[in-house]
Design a protein around this ligand. Structure first.
Ligand SMILES: Nc1ncnc2c1ncn2[C@@H]1O[C@H](COP(=O)(O)OP(=O)(O)OP(=O)(O)O)[C@@H](O)[C@H]1O
Length: 284
């Protein structure tokens, strides 16, 4: 049986001096090796929820918290953020803000320095991390001489070198062009293939549908929906009521069914939709 990687129980959180709770009675869990996508309107509390999982909230960013967050059996709030960084890596929206060193290898070594990793071990981890994000051979380059997608991959490599078992990415592709977005999602797929557990916050529902095992929909600090991409993205009316939408291909199939009084299965990826059309029409 798979083990639980992250368990959130009865989590409620309020920032100081704000009216009402930012997160309200949040309960969910994900298993080792699963990738969870979190979607929701602006201000829903997605980043706050992500930061509760590595302890940044409420240990560094203060507020009143109730409930429990457990990461691989560790109660996050009985640990501290530095200790949690060995378990949970965090990648933010803007790659440039996460990079501070002169060369790519120094950038990757920087986080490991804080963990007391030996020099020999650092060299091994730098090599591995660069290979995992497809940046082998770039060791001596300046991080500033990389494209946005490459910078974000470097930020991911720097986190990977700390060997966390869980990776959280908060809108890692929102500043990137389509090529850069694909590069980051390819790295996510690679991490998934290595059995890593991940959480990604993103508005890119096509990619969330294609790469995630589970999807959590947050609205006004509450979980509105939680399930597989297929379970979530076929609930089109519910998504629209939350000002969200399904992948375009799913929206198309729903519109097609309605207009032509059909009941084709609502697929969430292009590949699956093509085979649904193929099967539906090959004998006509
Ligand atoms: N440090 C803070 N102090 C007070 N309120 C905050 C703080 N950080 C966020 N908030 C508020 O908490 C709510 C949730 O913010 P959060 O950034 O978690 O939402 P989000 O879903 O990630 O939004 P977005 O998609 O815009 O990034 C918002 O109303 C925001 O203004």
């Amino acid at each position: 049986m798979s083990e639980i990687a992250i368990e959130v129980k009865d989590l409620t959180f309020r920032y100081p001096d704000t009216e009402g709770d930012t997160l309200k009675d949040i309960n969910f869990s994900i298993e080792n090796g699963e990738i969870l996508g979190i979607i929701g309107p602006t201000g829903a509390g997605k980043s706050t929820l992500a930061m509760c999982i590595n302890g940044l909230v409420p240990q560094v960013i203060n507020g009143e918290m109730e409930g429990q967050v457990t990461v691989r059996g560790i109660d996050v709030h009985e640990s501290n953020v530095a200790a949690m960084s060995e378990h949970v890596g965090f990648v933010f929206q803007e790659p440039e803000n996460q990079l501070s060193q002169m060369t790519i290898e120094e950038e990757i070594a920087f986080g490991m320095g804080n963990l007391g990793v030996s020099r020999d071990e650092m060299l091994i981890r730098i090599k591995d991390a660069l290979a995992q994000v497809g940046l082998t051979g770039f060791e001596k380059r300046s991080p500033l001489a990389l494209s946005g997608g490459q910078q974000q991959r470097l930020a991911i490599a720097a986190v990977l070198a700390m060997r966390p078992t869980i990776m959280i990415m908060d809108e890692p592709t929102s500043m990137l062009d389509p090529k850069g977005k694909n590069e980051v999602y390819d790295v996510l797929q690679n991490l998934k293939d290595y059995g890593m557990t991940g959480i990604i916050i993103d508005h890119e529902v096509e990619r969330i549908a294609a790469y995630c095992d589970k999807v959590l929909v947050l609205n006004h600090g509450e979980i509105q929906m939680f399930g597989t991409p297929e379970e979530i993205f076929t609930e089109i009316e519910e998504l629209h009521a939350l000002t969200l939408h399904a992948p375009q291909v799913t929206e198309f199939l729903a519109g097609y069914n309605q207009k032509f009084n059909q009941d084709l299965k609502l697929a969430t990826t292009v590949e699956e939709s093509v085979s649904i059309f193929e099967n539906a029409y090959k004998n006509r």
